[in-house]
Design a protein around this ligand. Structure first.
Ligand code: ATP
Ligand code: MP5
Length: 274
C-alpha cells in the first residue's frame, strides 16, 4: 500500500470501459489504487457489458485515443503503464507509436482478445499487430492460455506447452513473458514467467468460484502498479499474483449480477490483510 505522505507514483491504463465495472478500465483503476499507484486512463472502447456478456462495443477514434494518451503523458510522470482491450489494429498502432517513442515506460501488454463470456473484444487479425508493432516494446506481455495459443501458434494443454509458448512469444521482442494459467484445469492455478533464459512458475490453489470476470485485467494492472511503485520484476509478479488471488478469494462468494461476477479489488473481505 502507498504510505500516503509523498506524491504517489502514476500508472496509465490504455483499455476499454466495462459498464459492469468488473474488467477493463474500471478493474484497472481499482487495482492501481489498491496497489499504491495513482491511476490515469486512455479509453479505447466503451462496452455495454455486465456479468453475463458484452452487449455492444463502441470504439473510440484513433484521434481520441492519441489525444488521451498525449494529454496524460505530456503532463504526468508515468512510471508504469499497461494495455488491455485495444479493439482494432488502428488503435493498436496508435499505442505502438507512443511505445516506440519511449513514452510508455515499463509497458505491460495484456493482449485482451476474447472476454470470459466468449464475446470477441478485438478481431483475430490484431494478433499480427501485437507481434509486429507492440511486443517489441513490451516490458512484460501477459497472455492467458487462448491468447498465448494465438500468439505462439501452438496448442497449450499443460505446463510444458506453456513454457514452449512463452519461449516462442519471447522471440517477438518483449523483455519478459508471463502466461496466466487460469484457463487450464487442475487443483492449482499455475502461471509461467520466462525472463529470456529461465522459467519460473507461480502457483496458488484454484478457487472454486464463478466470479472470475476481470482476473486478467486485475493481474496486469496490479503488475503495472507494482512496477510504478518501484518493485523489481521478480517481486512485482509475486505481489501481483498474491493480490489477484486475494481479490478472487474475496469476491468468490459475492452475488453481483447473475453471471461471472467481479473481484474484491479493495480486499474488503480481508480487512486484516490490507
Ligand atoms: N479460479 C481461480 N483460482 C485462483 N486463481 C485464478 C483462478 N482463475 C484465474 N486465476 C489466476 O488469475 C490470474 C488471471 O488468470 P486468467 O488466466 O484467468 O486470465 P484471463 O483469462 O486473462 O482473465 P480474464 O478473466 O480477465 O480474461 C492468474 O494469475 C491466474 O492464475
Ligand atoms: C473492456 C473489457 N476489457 C477486458 C475484458 C476481459 O475480461 P474478462 O475476460 O474477464 O471478461 C472485458 N471483458 N472487457
Amino acid at each position: 500500500m502507498y504510505p500516503g505522505t509523498r506524491t504517489p507514483p502514476v500508472a496509465l491504463t490504455i483499455a476499454g470501459s466495462d459498464s459492469g465495472g468488473g474488467a477493463g478500465i474500471q478493474a484497472d483503476l481499482k487495482a492501481f489504487a489498491a496497489n499504491g499507484a495513482y491511476g490515469t486512463s486512455a479509453i479505447t472502447a466503451v462496452t455495454a457489458q455486465n456479468t453475463k456478456g458484452v452487449l455492444a462495443i463502441d470504439l473510440m477514434s484513433p484521434l481520441s485515443l492519441y489525444a488521451q494518451i498525449d494529454a496524460v503523458t505530456s503532463d504526468f510522470f508515468v512510471r508504469g503503464s499497461k494495455t488491455g482491450m485495444l479493439g482494432s489494429i488502428e488503435l493498436l498502432e496508435i499505442v505502438a507509436d507512443f511505445a516506440r517513442r519511449g513514452t510508455l515506460p515499463k509497458l505491460i501488454v495484456d493482449p485482451v482478445m476474447i472476454a470470459t463470456s466468449g464475446d470477441i473484444l478485438s478481431p483475430q487479425s490484431i494478433v499480427s499487430g501485437y507481434r509486429e508493432f507492440l511486443l517489441p516494446y513490451a516490458y512484460v506481455v501477459t497472455p492467458n492460455i487462448p491468447e498465448a495459443e494465438l500468439l505462439s501458434e501452438i496448442e497449450i494443454t499443460n505446463q510444458s506447452e506453456m513454457v514452449r509458448a512463452a519461449q516462442l512469444i519471447h522471440r517477438f521482442g518483449p523483455k519478459y513473458v508471463y502466461i496466466k494459467g487460469g484457463h487450464l484445469e487442475g487443483d492449482e492455478s499455475i502461471d509461467i514467467f520466462f525472463d529470456g533464459q529461465n522459467v519460473s512458475n507461480l502457483r496458488t490453489n484454484r478457487i472454486a468460484t464463478p466470479n472470475t470476470h476481470g482476473t486478467g485485467c486485475t493481474f496486469s494492472a496490479a503488475l503495472a502498479a507494482q512496477i510504478a511503485c518501484g518493485q523489481p520484476i521478480d517481486q512485482a509478479i509475486r505481489n501481483a499474483k498474491i493480490y489477484t488471488t486475494k481479490a478472487i478469494m474475496g469476491g468468490s462468494s459475492w452475488a453481483l449480477g447473475s453471471g461471472a461476477g467481479p473481484l474484491d479489488h479493495f480486499l474488503w473481505s480481508h480487512p486484516d490483510q490490507f
